[in-house]
Design a protein around this ligand. Structure first.
Ligand SMILES: [Zn+2]
Length: 289
């Protein structure tokens, strides 16, 4: 019997991932698993005429591509990680996980691993799980190391987003990690920013202020002020955990470093505005400046 003829039962059933089963398209009866023998028995007993008609149609149809049974080796964590990667680093929309092609490609993998399907509804649970693991490894890597932070705020349509990177030295190279990108829900004052930086990026990542060697930011008065406020509170004496670091380097305060690229940007904007004024004086009508 050809492979296509052998699998013809599947044409009468939908795969139900949630229940790891099959549902008859004619009478909607649900069967556990995808056992072809059970499905065929049901068709012969309950829907014999439709089944035979399908078989006759198949015999008349053109030969189709030969299917091949493939054997793959996966762990459920590997499959979860790949799905998380799709919607995070690969920036794919969550809806991708609900599409028919994705279900078709993954249905037998989920079933074979005895795991529930990953969909747009439950992917965030897996993202949160992965976040905890990645965060724990970052915290471990930064323990007792000098850290340079880089801060930047993007504001658009009355929403503000703060992103913070950390740099540290490890294995003869500088490592750069993104600690978090968060939405700012309070006014972007120096006091509010310093409180947010302290709770979300310093305390939450088990850093101590004496570990932070420098903070690089743009020239925004509020950001500069927030670093000043953090410094005001950072002269408290080191606790036991900090002793190892303190014996190596005595860091009195975080150096506030103004980002060269932002500084250059301001200079370029000032130059363009001066140029626009000068062109207007000369009778030209520049646009876009
Ligand atoms: Zn049926």
């Amino acid at each position: 019997m050809s492979r296509k003829k052998h699998n013809i039962q599947r044409n009468f059933f939908d795969c139900v991932l949630e229940r790891n089963g099959s549902v008859c398209k004619i009478c909607r009866r649900v069967f556990k698993g995808n056992y072809l023998t059970n499905l065929k028995r049901h068709l012969i007993e309950e829907h014999k005429s439709q089944y035979e008609s399908e078989l006759r149609g198949l015999e008349r149809s053109e030969p189709v591509e030969k299917k091949k049974k493939v054997s793959v080796t996966f762990g459920s964590n590997e499959v979860k990680d790949a799905c998380v990667q799709l919607v995070t680093t690969e920036k794919m929309p969550f809806a991708l996980l609900d599409t028919e092609p994705f279900k078709k490609l993954t249905c037998q993998i989920f079933s074979g691993l005895n795991m529930g399907p990953i969909t747009s509804r439950n992917i965030m649970e897996h993202v949160a799980e992965k976040y905890k693991t990645v965060k724990a490894s970052i915290i471990k890597a930064m323990t007792h190391k000098l850290i340079s932070l880089k801060l930047d705020i993007a504001s658009r349509h009355s929403r503000g987003i703060l992103g913070v990177n950390a740099q540290y030295y490890e294995d003869n190279s500088i490592k750069v990690v993104t600690l978090a990108i968060i939405e700012l829900n309070k006014k972007h004052t120096g006091a509010n920013l310093s409180a947010e930086i302290e709770s979300t990026f310093i305390e939450d990542f088990s850093l101590t202020k004496s570990q932070i060697y420098s903070v690089t930011s743009d020239n925004g008065g509020n950001i500069i002020k927030s670093i000043e406020i953090l410094n005001e509170d950072s002269d408290d004496s080191a606790d036991d955990d900090e002793e190892e670091l303190e014996t190596q380097v005595n860091v009195c305060s975080m150096a506030s470093v103004k980002c060269a690229a932002h500084t250059q940007l301001v200079q370029v904007m000032l130059f363009l505005r001066r140029l626009a004024s000068w062109l207007k004086l000369c009778g030209h009508q520049p646009t876009g400046l």
